[in-house]
Ligand binder design. Structure first.
Ligand code: 0O2
Length: 227
């Protein structure tokens, strides 16, 4: 429970979230590396993260009707980690890898792939508790892992920017078209999974054929990217 003082120290409050998010980006990159050196298909394409700003935390708390004292317990996505995958089956493989970890405890799973939101939003959310090691001992934080395909991400990022553009009041005709676009993204994801299945019948080990020199290091801003 937080103490609501006039000059609440946001920097101190948010630092464990920053440590947790940065730490998980590294941990997930480490998982990717393990697949890469074994030359097998990796469920992770891109990993990124962000910590919400104080204004955005307060906005969300207001929207959810959460008292200031409970924002650390009830606003689940102050610290967010996003994993983008190629195929829907990769999302569930990634979720199993996270659920099997001993450093996080799963609090809630929200499957917006099996049950998309009315807007058309699709993604798998895992809400987890994680203990950050600080100089004062362990500090528990809640993290939200958003796992999605490229198609889900493409849709969500455009819909998100339209929400800002229209100050959360997207016109009805645009909403309808976004819903139709979400269904098109779902059809694309399903077709890509079906192609993946067909290829796996020929190559059950799902080996990756590297199209670049294995000593070539990819330099990409994705590795440092924030949402
Ligand atoms: P931001 O700016 O991305 O951080 P709710 O169902 O909304 O009452 P809650 O607690 O918001 O409950 O959780 P939920 O729905 O599981 O979603 C948390 C986050 O998922 C959102 O955070 C978004 O990042 C993403 N999300 C959920 N629904 C949608 C949607 O319809 N469109 C898009 N583009 N993203 C969505 P924030 O804080 O809302 O936004």
């Amino acid at each position: 429970m937080l103490v609501n003082t006039y000059n609440f120290d946001w920097k101190k409050f948010l630092q464990p979230y920053e440590l947790a998010v940065e730490g998980f980006i590294l941990k997930i990159e480490g998982i990717r590396k393990q697949y890469e050196i074994r030359g097998i298909h990796c469920p992770i394409e891109i990993v990124s993260g962000r910590v919400k700003t104080p204004d955005s935390i307060l906005d969300k708390a207001k929207r959810l009707g959460v008292e200031f004292e409970y924002i650390d317990e009830k606003v689940y996505d102050i610290g967010g980690i996003r994993i983008t995958c190629k195929y829907i089956e990769d999302i569930y493989e990634m979720a199993e890898l996270l659920k099997a970890r001993k450093d996080i405890i799963l609090l809630e799973e929200r499957d917006y792939i099996k049950n998309p939101k009315p807007s058309g939003y699709r993604s798998l959310h895992l809400i987890c508790r994680y203990n950050v090691e600080t100089i004062y001992g362990q500090s528990p934080v809640i993290l939200e892992f958003q796992i999605r395909t490229h198609a889900m991400h493409f849709w969500a990022s455009i819909e998100h920017s339209l929400k800002y553009k229209y100050q959360k009041n997207i016109p009805d005709d645009i909403k309808k078209r976004l819903l139709a676009a979400s269904k098109a993204a779902e059809a694309l994801d399903n077709e890509m999974s079906s192609i993946h299945e067909a290829v796996k019948k020929i190559d059950p080990e799902d080996f990756i054929i590297e199209n670049r020199d294995s000593y070539e290091e990819e330099i990409s801003l994705n590795r440092l990217k924030k949402w």
